[in-house]
Design a protein around this ligand. Sequence first.
Ligand SMILES: [Fe+2]
Length: 177
Amino acid sequence: MAILRLPALGRQIVDVDEIYEYLKERGIYYDRWEADAEFARTADSEAVLQAYRSEVSALISQGFSQVDVMSVNELTPDLDALDDQFAREHTHEDFEIRFFVEGEGVFFLNPGEGESLIELRCVAGDLISLPRGLKHWFEMGDVRHFRCIRFFSHDKGWIPHYTGSDLNLKYRKQSSE
Ligand SMILES: [Fe+2]
């Protein structure tokens, strides 16, 4: 299950319905799907999409026709470079929808003025949909293993627009103190 932390408020939410409500009020959609398929480390995208074909079809029918699978594990080359790339604050011109089928990762969501940063640890079964324009970054954490299905409504949707903010570095520093 996901864990939502609000560092500015010293608050943590673990109840699925409360997480759903908190995110919904900020235009972020969260859901839980069954994720019980197991894959070999080397399994290809097709195997993953096939295992979740009915869920994938449901989102495609809602207009998210661009689908791919992102798989990161100890076999992935240049993990450090990838980590750096994910961990810079950015936005997208499209929704960013991810369904975690394995492993875990942490989204940092920055809703803006007057709002606490949201730290959302996602694990297998978590589905998150970030609205277009929401500032965010992503960290793999110590596990450095996740596999997720990504959905976009157009083929350039995944392109990140970096904000140039160093909030991620400040936050990382604070957390390690
Ligand atoms: Fe993103």
